[in-house]
Design a binder for this molecule. Structure first.
Ligand SMILES: [Fe+2]
Length: 344
């Protein structure tokens, strides 16, 4: 069996592969690693048969939908997942078969209502239900400490003691442990009485994870993250460097229109010589009067270079096929010491 662990900021994801059949299953993929997974599968000659999320993640961005689209592999989640995009929804006890791999779903609500662990012959992928030396929290949306208690003590911990534990998070670089080791040493599992366990979980008072709202929004709906939206826009837009634009201003700039997308105050406090002011909020409404010639070469600029990327993508969609965005934005322009109008 082929097995590989991927880490991104404490999030763990796993590729399990059957070498005889070249089938692979990817568990809890993270958005920033999409190219890593694809490169790895390609290098190992594996075909992705299933992409599984053990639950609706609240603390990072799942790549399951994107990988499903890119590879054609079905996205698998528990049937109680609120996300509309899983192709296959599992019940407790359902088994996935990919070549010689067999993974059985164990519904373990508590961290979230849709949490499940995936049990193989010698190992279990525990998602956020059981971590090495810890458990998932139960205070996020759809979490419940009573459910977590039952999932742990009445289900997961009843697996054979030698079963290897592979969680969806580990912040200390430990690869895995076993069910027996967790029962013996995991501080949270020492509270074996339901009331004690629930009281401990309720007293944790943890800070909300970064990106909670955006992670839940995108993981539950399949919508895009802001970073994805920007990356998609950027992939369809060429950029112009600060130095390139500076060298093209002046006499030979007739065929070049600089569009400053910032608000009025920012524009008036200092803009690139000759730049036209067209705030982002009015771009589509005023584009026909401001830019009557669709063949003109356009450089969009904003403060940091993000809004200008989105605007250049919009302009290209509208048929301005020579729209580019200024790399580095006005912040970079000022830092480089290039001329401003009115002069500072
Ligand atoms: Fe989680």
């Amino acid at each position: 069996m082929h097995f590989e662990t991927f880490s991104a900021g404490g999030c763990r994801s796993y590729v399990v592969g059957c070498e005889a059949s070249c089938a692979a299953v990817l568990i809890d993929p993270e958005l920033s690693l999409v190219d890593h997974y694809r490169g790895h599968l390609l290098q190992k000659g594996l075909t992705l048969r299933y992409v599984v999320d053990t639950h609706t993640h609240a603390d990072h961005f799942s790549a399951s939908r994107q990988l499903g689209k890119l590879t054609g592999a079905p996205v698998v989640m528990h049937r109680l997942s609120a996300a509309p995009y899983p192709d296959l929804r599992l019940d407790d006890g359902d088994m996935l078969i990919a070549g010689g791999l067999k993974l059985t779903a164990l519904h373990t609500p508590g961290h979230t209502r849709d949490s499940m662990c995936l049990v193989m012959a010698d190992r279990v992928f525990t998602g956020d239900t059981l971590l090495i030396g810890g458990t998932g929290r139960s205070d996020l949306p759809t979490g419940d400490p009573h459910d977590l208690y039952e999932s742990l003590f009445e289900k997961l911990l009843k697996l054979p003691g030698e079963t290897l534990v592979y969680p969806a998070h580990d912040y200390k670089g430990r690869g895995h442990s076993t069910i027996a080791e967790e029962i013996a040493a995991n501080p949270r599992l020492q509270k074996t009485e339901r009331a004690d366990f629930v009281a401990m979980m309720q007293a944790l008072d943890l800070a909300a994870p970064t990106h909670l709202t955006e992670a839940l929004r995108t993981n539950m709906s399949g919508g895009k993250t802001v970073a994805q939206l920007l990356a998609e826009a950027a992939s369809g837009v060429p950029f112009m460097s600060l130095a390139e634009l500076n060298s093209r201003l002046g006499d030979n700039s007739r065929d070049l229109v600089v569009i400053d997308l910032r608000e009025k105050d920012a524009f008036e406090s200092g803009h690139i010589t000759g730049a036209r002011h067209l705030p982002r909020g009015q771009l589509e409404l005023r584009v026909n009067t401001e830019l009557p010639d669709p063949t003109v070469r356009i450089v969009t600029c904003c403060e940091f270079g993000k809004i200008s990327t989105l605007a250049a993508a919009t302009l290209r969609e509208l048929g301005f096929t020579r729209a580019t965005a200024l790399d580095g934005g006005m912040t970079g322009w000022r830092e480089a010491g290039y001329a401003l109008e009115p002069k500072a």
